[in-house]
Design a protein around this ligand. Structure first.
Ligand code: ADP
Ligand code: MG
Length: 288
């Protein structure tokens, strides 16, 4: 590979809105056979909205929403943003001792109470039948339910959902035509993961994955012989982006994800992941 041709490839990438960390990235890109995609913010827009609030007996929906919003104010996760927006016309209390467990949830102290918002998979508490049904129905419908707890007691379920990016289905179809195997990798529940995978045409789904286990899933694919590109946007994707043979960050995502990656797709358009692969194949063919 001549340096000049690589520089031309890199410059062409920049024109397309694809930033490469260096010219050597083109060579890595050419060898990819598997593309692992994060769900939220990568395949979906990441602009989540609150669809429903299910309070436990004796609790009002406003209480559930405002307590959740108080702790989610400190979160950079799309779920947190959705809940804060849903509470914008309500009196949201202040939070102390905010803590975020990436890929799990958030917690903090609101007045005398400890409040937490977390995905149901990570909880070890009894839920009453109403809340259990709300969670089951939301997951079956492809949405994402989170549980709100006050002093360790579940006080409600908030259901959020997201939409698939325009162009995502086309990108996946192009990927398959180019001989690449797409895999959806997410910390979200199996129902929400399958729902998105079906819309865009991904067969292989790995769901309910904790952030630290996203790396392990990439390693597992690599050990099985795959050369893996990981596409992600979140803080929780950063280790997997670094581990992958090629890390591709959505420019619309967090700085941590961008720093961990070889390629940044400035506007988050998944079709540009394909453009990057096509560019590297074309550039390296020219130089051979
Ligand atoms: P993804 O892989 O789709 O980007 P994450 O790993 O960020 O998902 O999150 C996985 C799950 O952890 C979410 O579906 C949710 O159940 C829970 N979770 C993460 N962040 C939050 C938050 N700020 N509030 C509530 N739940 C959260
Ligand atoms: Mg994400």
């Amino acid at each position: 590979a001549t340096p000049t041709a690589l520089m031309v490839g890199t410059g062409r990438g920049a024109q397309l809105g694809i930033l490469l960390s260096g010219p050597e990235v083109l060579e890595k890109t050419r060898r990819i056979d598997t593309v692992v995609l994060d769900k939220t913010g990568t395949v979906t827009t990441g602009e989540m909205r609150v669809d429903a609030v299910h309070p436990a007996a004796g609790v009002t929906p406003e209480e559930v929403t405002t307590l959740a919003a108080a702790v989610e104010k400190g979160s950079e996760h799309p779920i947190g943003h959705a809940i804060v927006v849903a509470a914008q016309d309500l009196p949201v209390p202040e939070v102390d001792e905010f803590d975020a467990a990436h890929g799990v949830g958030v917690s903090g102290r609101v007045g005398p109470s400890s409040v937490a918002v977390s995905g149901p998979a990570h909880l070890d508490v009894e839920l009453d039948e109403g809340l259990r049904n709300a969670i089951g129905d939301a997951q079956a419908a492809g949405a994402t339910p989170v549980v709100v707890l006050r002093d360790g007691t579940p006080i409600g379920v908030i259901v959020v959902s997201d939409t698939v990016k325009p162009g995502a289905a086309e990108a996946i179809s192009r990927m398959k035509k180019a001989g690449l195997r797409p895999v959806l990798l997410t910390g979200d529940n199996a129902g929400a993961a399958r729902h998105v995978a079906d819309i865009v045409g991904i067969d292989t789904v790995i769901s309910d994955v904790r952030p630290e286990d996203k790396v392990a899933e990439v390693v597992r694919l690599q050990q099985a012989g795959a050369t893996v590109a990981m596409v992600g946007d979140g803080i929780n994707d950063a280790p997997a982006l670094a581990q992958a043979d090629l890390g591709i960050a959505m420019g619309t995502g967090t700085d941590v994800a961008i720093a961990a990656s070889d390629v940044t797709v400035v506007d988050g358009d998944l079709n540009k992941v394909l453009d990057a692969i096509a560019l590297s194949r074309a550039t390296l063919r020219t130089i051979k």
